[in-house]
Design a protein around this ligand. Sequence first.
Ligand code: ZN
Length: 227
Amino acid sequence: MSDIGQPTQLLCLSCGNLLSPDEVTDTCPSCGSNIDVDELLRLYDYAARVYYYGHQYRLVYEEQEHSEQRTRHCLQFAGEAFAWTMLAVLSGVVGNAAYDLVKVIVTKIRKAVADGKVNDRDYSALLSLSEDELNDLFCSAKSFTNDMDGLTKEVRLAIIEEIAVDAMTHQPQLMAQMTQFMKGKKLGEKNKKKFIELLRATVAQQQKHIHPKKGSLNDRWNRIEPR
Ligand SMILES: [Zn+2]
């Protein structure tokens, strides 16, 4: 997969401002709220993966369903501004933020991006995001965080395959077995079963690893002024 990596900015989960990491010690310079940077980076990683697998791949594989051709895609991650946007969306999907509040945060993120706060790449697709596209982000987040509910079997399997392949690149032992498997060397029924179990465990472990603690996206954005 394209590497998600570390973001260049941090999002305050109280006031929704994007902050430069050197401005942040343990409090937000804009609103004074505490920021647990380690936790924030874990949430960022989670949101980035939900965006990458649950939205980017969902769109290409759903599109592909209407065509005759079946190809595997290898997508570049769309960038941190989309991950922060997805984190805002997740605060209303996994967390308890109201839709209107999420929209306020998304608008703030887009404004910060328009002002050049995040400039690691071109974000015109985010700046021109329509209401329908924002709703589609909600659909992706809801589906991905709910065992890919609502997706066709083909799309779901294609996404699982992407996650598995990416997980394998971090597991040399599994990678070696997979390579042997691909080369057509017979694994034997017993080894094949073992291999599939290993693969399943790897995917489950990876998903568990990135999933945030229960409630960690609840009661966010408490420094947003009443509208
Ligand atoms: Zn703040």
